[in-house]
Ligand binder design. Structure first.
Ligand code: TYD
Ligand code: MG
Length: 493
């Protein structure tokens, strides 16, 4: 047996180094290098070993490649399809990350069930109804060994749910609670990746779910389960399985406290699509965001609500994230803004609070928005609107656990801080949208009309918006106040 070379893998950026160092030379993270045993050829999986050069793929001109080889398959859960860019692509590898207890297993069990049910429905009708005609599942001995165009998802193959964290019984209990049961959904409790791949070749499913990737191991590797070596190699093998057989593989990954995937970034690079659960598990709604997608747009979010019967889709968020304050109106420091989340507008409430602090030790805490962005907005407020915040603690929060990264909510943050500082509430039903420039100017934002239409649909009566140069949309009952500078917007307070 060839000797294993020991290398060191950065668990932050995934770079490999020949010796241990305190700081990763590539990404600068301290104490991130971990021992990594590069697999020797004989430690590679059987599937890779038996690769035959004669069966290798031939180069093709783009015109020769048939797009129809990769039809999308709806998962039956609209919000999940939306995140994936329209459905599941055969042969794709999807990573679903999130904190423990946020609902990853619940969502995937529901998706697996829907896929299995559709499969039965489709085969019962002779392969009609959205799915392509039934394709004979290939014999495992004739599986192509080099990446080739994936076959369409077969309409009569089962869905395999591999549980490496829970026993099959626990999964069954969860399934009964969710009311999911179908003969097309197979559950396998297994942690050995080679046996998992073997079972996949035996059962020939169209979709495999592995819950979770951190708990599976490869016996040939001289590394403990859960180590970066194991994680990387198991992930590689499963992605290779997806690419060679056209089976869609969904992997569950846990997230560390810092919000990154526990394990090297490298597994994000290997898979096609990375989806994260956002928000916290103390709220009933869950936001699922796509951060990488080789087959569709990123920044799409899916909205779900955790109920007693599992996750329920929220197709129209409407006023879900906006509080109704009743006749006395909102408190100071609260304002509504319209944020773009992929192709959808989400109305969210920005809340700010200022409180006197010890001079020189003022706290600035944010949740849902970047603290750098808030620091910039506070500097603009101080310089261009003469608001003295140096002696105040400032807290900014997006209600409901939503995260917003776009600058279109700058104006709302600025007005919320100003309103809290002056202790003057804004009128109920006020919306503010606009990007704040360093000179105190209010800039236009993409999809302004779409945002205003949504706000108007949900009954907001007043909007503070950037100057629109005469292109003011007709919005029914909503009055617009166009502003060019922050000082003009502050006049609304
Ligand atoms: P789970 O899917 O097990 O989380 P993960 O796999 O991400 O660790 O979700 C578990 C949480 O969801 C748990 O706190 C209970 C809650 N839950 C419900 O509220 N309703 C349900 O129907 C189910 C199955 C779970
Ligand atoms: Mg789980």
């Amino acid at each position: 047996m060839a000797k294993n070379r020991t290398q060191f893998l950065c668990n932050h950026c995934g770079s490999v180094h020949p010796k241990w160092m305190g700081k990763c030379p590539d990404c600068g993270t301290w104490d991130a290098l971990e021992e990594y045993k590069a697999p020797t050829p004989d430690a590679r999986s059987k599937a890779v070993q038996t690769g035959d050069i004669a069966q290798a793929a031939e180069p093709l001109a783009l015109g020769q490649i048939d797009e129809a080889d990769a039809p999308r398959q709806s998962t039956g859960i609209g919000e999940f399809d939306r995140i994936l860019g329209g459905g599941l692509v055969p042969g794709s590898a999807i990573l679903i990350g999130g904190e423990p207890g946020i609902g990853k297993s619940t969502l995937l069990l529901q998706v697996a069930h829907e896929l299995a049910v559709r499969r039965e429905g489709a085969s019962g009708r002779g392969g009609e109804g959205g799915t392509k005609k039934a394709v004979k599942a290939p014999d495992s001995s004739s599986l192509p060994l080099a990446p080739s165009p994936p076959r369409p998802l077969s309409s009569d193959s089962p869905v395999l749910y591999v549980t490496s964290e829970e026993s099959a019984r626990q999964t069954k209990l969860r399934a009964s609670r969710l009311g999911v049961e179908s003969p097309g959904l197979l559950v396998l409790a297994e942690t050995n990746v080679e046996r998992i791949i073997n079972q996949v070749h035996k059962t020939k499913p169209s979709v495999v779910v592995v819950d979770s990737i951190q708990m599976i191991y490869k016996p040939g590797l001289p590394a403990a389960p859960g180590s970066v070596t194991q994680l990387r190699d198991c992930c590689m093998d499963l992605v290779y399985l997806a690419k060679t057989t056209g089976i869609a593989v969904m992997l569950v990954g846990h997230i560390t406290k810092a919000g990154t995937l526990a394990g090297p970034k490298i597994i994000e690079h290997i898979v096609d699509t990375v989806v994260y659960f956002e928000g916290d598990r103390f709220h009933s709604h869950r936001i699922v965001r796509c951060v990488k997608n080789r087959f569709g747009s990123t920044h799409e979010v899916g909205l779900f609500e955790m109920t007693g019967e599992g996750l329920r889709e929220v197709a129209d968020p409407g006023n879900l994230f906006v509080e109704h304050y009743g006749p006395q109106g909102p408190p100071s420091g609260s304002i509504i803004t319209a944020a773009m989340q992929g192709s959808r507008v989400l109305l969210v409430e920005v809340q700010a609070l200022t409180a006197s602090s010890v001079i020189g030790a003022a706290k600035r805490k944010t949740s849902g928005v970047s603290s750098d962005r808030v620091a910039m907005i506070m500097a603009v407020l101080e310089k261009r609107a003469e608001l003295r915040l140096a002696a105040d603690d400032v807290f900014v929060n997006i209600a409901g656990g939503v995260k917003v990264v776009e600058p279109g909510i700058d104006l709302a943050i600025a007005l919320a801080i100003a309103s809290a500082h002056m202790n003057r509430p804004l009128p109920a039903g006020t919306l503010a949208v606009g990007e704040l420039g360093l000179g105190g100017e209010i800039r236009s934002v993409p999809q302004l009309e779409l945002r205003l239409r949504e706000a108007s649909r949900l009954g907001l009566g007043h909007g503070i918006v950037p100057h629109m140069g005469g292109h003011v949309p007709k919005l029914g009952g909503m009055a617009l106040h166009e502003v060019r500078r922050l000082s003009q917007a502050m006049a609304d307070l």
